[in-house]
Design a protein around this ligand. Structure first.
Ligand code: CA
Ligand code: CA
Ligand code: CA
Length: 483
């Protein structure tokens, strides 16, 4: 069967992002502000009541004595701050980026009073404005990380917290110290074609690296690789050292033109070169609707392999064995579960040790409403899953598109988290849902359910302000759920 198409994300940046940015950063800072009822006669409007004192985290509480947004911006800059949080009448918070572009100020004015009529409590943020987007204090810098042997760990066990990502479409993203700085640089793959136009006119995606700066912002880096044409439609980027040189590489799962007849395409590999740069090439000769991928050394030869899902293939998933130099070939016979052969539309996969026996397990998701129940397969010990029985994960009615998996906790608190979008009720990708499932009891609850809402592609565990949460590594998504 041909599965329904999966929409490519477009137009995610802009006003919506700014609103979410404001909401999300409030979570990070737990700012407390309010409006005072009485005014001081001694201090002029358009100034602060006292010189703000900034704490170690770069924040300062202050009282703005009333005036215009422009005056607030002026005095914010005058005290060396780059932004100022203000609470609107409806209780929500907005940040004014001092000295930022006018569209940011317009967004602020749309939410906050154009003129502050009396003394108003605000919170100042003293950080830098990045050249490619607003920068706010994010707390401690990400720790310097090495490479793990699985792509799951190279995304979700690297100390990542919600990031202010560069402008544009960041849906397909991955992290690693690509520039060798020891910081978490960003790789992203950006689709450029319009699925409303014929496949013959579709243009390739753009692969690009962003170097993380000491202040946490990301700056386009063309030294390690010029912006490069990638596949037509990238859908997941995963990181591991595929050529065993100690530096992170990126495997990009690509599904091709996203409309009937869903012709598929080849995956791409972005490999570290001996001169310190990166180069893009085909990962293998295989062509498919490769919507999901996960990496680990599956045949235990020391070379990191990849499991990909391909809804066009009768097997639904295949192993691509690495020859050691970052080129792959399909494993036959397959070690993957026969239980999903000729089943429905599977589009997501992850290799995670779900049951904590130090053996990687497999979990597949996709369109639950198209004969693809979310299913895990526990590693029998030898890494051969072919005959392993399926364990079905509880479904969520009308939220049948399963996009990503994360596990947290240990022992009695072991928990599986799924991020979902709408599907099965006539809608498709019009909601944002997070499901929490205990392991091994598989008791399910829906802990986030917004509709209509922009779907989110990825979910990570993180520690923010000392609290363990599941969240998105894109701060603009504004997701924070206690573990
Ligand atoms: Ca490498
Ligand atoms: Ca291998
Ligand atoms: Ca296991």
């Amino acid at each position: 069967m041909i599965p329904d198409r999966t929409p490519c994300p477009q137009g995610r940046f802009g006003w919506t992002l700014m609103k979410r940015l404001a909401a999300a950063v409030v979570i990070l800072f737990a700012v407390t502000t309010g409006t005072f009822a009485d005014a001081s006669a001694q201090i002029a409007v358009g100034s602060f009541a006292a010189v703000p004192v900034f704490g170690a985290t770069g924040l300062a509480s202050a009282v703005f004595m009333g005036g215009s947004v422009d005056q607030l911006e002026t005095v914010t800059l005058a005290v060396g701050a780059s932004g100022v949080w203000v609470q609107a009448a409806d209780g929500s918070f907005s940040i004014l980026i001092a000295g930022g572009p006018s569209f940011l100020k317009d967004a602020f004015k749309s939410k906050s009073p154009k003129d502050f009529l009396g003394p108003t409590a605000v919170t100042l943020v003293r950080t830098q404005i990045a050249t490619d987007g607003p920068k706010i204090d994010k707390g401690p810098a990400p720790r310097v990380v090495g490479l793990s042997p699985t792509s799951y760990e190279n995304y979700k066990a690297i100390g990542l917290t919600p990031q202010i990502l560069p402008r544009g479409d960041n849906t397909i993203r991955a992290y690693g110290s690509f520039t060798g700085s020891g910081r978490l640089d960003l790789f992203r793959a950006v689709s450029t074609y319009n699925v409303a136009q014929p496949a013959s006119s579709a243009t390739p995606s753009r692969f690009e690296f962003y170097a993380q700066q000491p202040n946490g912002s990301y700056v386009l880096n063309t030294a390690v690789m010029a912006q490069t044409n990638g596949c037509l439609h990238p859908r997941k980027a995963i990181v591991a050292d595929f050529n065993s040189d100690g530096r992170p590489d990126v495997f990009v799962a690509c599904h091709g033109y996203d409309a009937s007849p869903f012709p598929g395409e080849k995956n791409k590999i972005v490999l570290s070169q001996s001169n310190g740069t990166y180069a893009v090439s085909d990962a293998s000769n295989d062509v498919g609707f490769f919507h999901g991928a996960s990496a680990a050394d599956l045949n235990n030869d020391g070379k990191i392999d990849v499991v990909v899902v391909d809804s066009n293939d009768p097997d639904r998933a295949l192993v691509l064995l690495n020859n050691g130099s970052g080129y792959f070939a399909r494993e036959t016979p397959s070690r993957l579960p026969t239980a999903i052969r000729n089943k429905g539309g599977y589009f997501s996969v992850e290799l995670i040790d779900i049951n904590e026996d130090r053996k990687l397990d497999l979990i597949f998701g996709g369109h639950e409403f198209e004969l693809a129940p979310t299913t895990m397969f526990l590693n029998p010990g030898n890494g051969i899953f072919a005959a392993v029985d399926a364990t079905i994960v509880p479904s969520v009615a009308n939220e049948g598109v399963v996009l990503d998996f994360t596990v947290t906790g240990t022992g009695a608190t072991r928990t599986l988290w799924l991020v979902r979008a709408s599907g099965g009720d006539g809608t498709f990708y019009t909601s944002r849902v997070v499901q929490k499932i205990s392991y091994p009891a598989l008791v399910s609850s829906v802990v986030l359910n917004k509709r209509p809402a922009q779907w989110i592609p990825w979910l990570i565990p993180a520690v923010v302000n000392g609290e363990s949460i599941v969240t998105s590594d894109n701060v603009a998504d504004g997701v924070s759920i206690p573990q």
